[in-house]
Ligand binder design. Structure first.
Ligand SMILES: [Mg+2]
Ligand SMILES: [Zn+2]
Length: 190
């Protein structure tokens, strides 16, 4: 069997502002709100053969704002809410470092996706990074994937005020995750 035929495409999703409502530091489970259309979007992508990963910078615990366990708790809650729709997140990839630690995994650095690439047989050419910030687009560029900016969360402000100063271009700009999913599925079939 050809090894290459076993590889699969993946979607690397930002968490806050992309999957769930951006509330600043998500420091309590009661503040978790999955954005409208997100379960449906993820279901479509999953059914089209994409594995779903969440890639997120969570420096809150390192800043002393809330315990590390809370992040796990939130991720279990996200899993549970998505599971009702038959959506499965393959893995949550988290950078817990404080920015001053200058780690190799805080987005837009590539450590988290590199980890996924070392464990899973992922077809980079068919994979996407989706997020509401320019760092998500830079991450996409840094790993050689297509980057989609969603206009939920910080998206609109990032598009207007941050993107013009950056040396990165979104492959596509979507109103929300559902529109991003429809774009990807459309691109697959054309
Ligand atoms: Mg975000
Ligand atoms: Zn890190």
């Amino acid at each position: 069997m050809n090894f290459k035929s076993q590889s699969f495409p993946a979607i690397f999703l930002d968490r806050d502002g992309t999957i769930n409502e951006e509330v600043g530091y998500l420091n309590h489970p009661s503040r978790l709100k999955i954005l409208k259309g997100v379960p449906q979007a993820l279901k479509k992508l999953q059914e089209a053969g994409f594995k779903l990963f969440i890639v997120t910078n969570q420096s809150g615990p390192a800043r002393g704002y809330f315990p590390y366990e809370l992040v796990d708790q939130i991720h279990n809650l996200i899993k549970k809410r998505l599971k009702k729709y038959g959506v499965e997140i393959t893995e949550f990839l988290v950078c817990f470092h404080h920015p001053s630690e200058n780690c190799h995994c805080r987005k837009p650095k590539t450590g988290l996706i590199e980890k996924a690439l070392s464990f899973y047989s992922i077809d980079i050419s068919k994979s996407y990074v989706i997020g509401d910030k320019c760092i998500d687009l830079e991450l996409a560029q840094n790993v050689g994937m297509k980057g989609i900016l969603v206009l939920t969360g910080y998206g609109k402000g990032e598009l207007q005020y941050v993107l013009p100063q950056k040396n990165v271009k979104p492959y596509f700009i979507a109103k929300n995750l559902l529109e991003a999913a429809n774009f990807i599925l459309n691109e697959m079939s054309s």
